[in-house]
Design a protein around this ligand. Sequence first.
Ligand SMILES: Cc1cc2nc3c(=O)[nH]c(=O)nc-3n(C[C@H](O)[C@H](O)[C@H](O)COP(=O)(O)O)c2cc1C
Length: 171
Amino acid sequence: MEFEEVVKKRTATRKFSEKNIPQKTLERILKTASLAPTAKNLQPQKIYVLSSKRSLEKIDKISPCRYGAPTVLFVCSDRSIAWSDGEYSTYETDACIVATHIVLEATNLGVDNIWVRRFDIDGAKREFNLPDNIEPICLIPMGYADKSYTGNPMHTVRKNLEETVIFENNQ
Ligand SMILES: Cc1cc2nc3c(=O)[nH]c(=O)nc-3n(C[C@H](O)[C@H](O)[C@H](O)COP(=O)(O)O)c2cc1C
């Protein structure tokens, strides 16, 4: 797919079928994710690939937003690895860039997905026994949209560039 087509096609999917993602496709998505830039190339991301019944039940306990997806990528970041300068750390920024690569490559390969932040962070740490240095960043439920899914109405709603871009005055 052309890059622009991928970007336009990526959208939040909120109803998935039960169809599983082929392992090879998942591996391609994760390989692309590994190409994401991170501060000082420290690559602090930790991506948990969840598709067992037990793990999906755990996800349903901590979030209302799995939408029936057969696989969830639980994107985390290792604070002890990420670049930091005093209080400031790029752990979240790095992992969000990785997650962006994931949703775009998934879309490129025909795998529907959604970025989810609505989940109980402490519950996630507990359910998946995360060590203290591992910070949950987002969930990415993925699979194939259910036939009855009519799309996200917000997908076509974007602000005008005038509202979000400030050109400097060159006079
Ligand atoms: C950081 C972030 C957090 C989000 N969290 C949720 C969420 O918890 N639940 C949900 O249903 N959608 C969530 N979304 C999806 C957005 O609502 C969606 O991307 C937005 O409406 C734009 O629509 P589009 O992705 O179809 O273009 C999130 C998206 C982003 C980028």
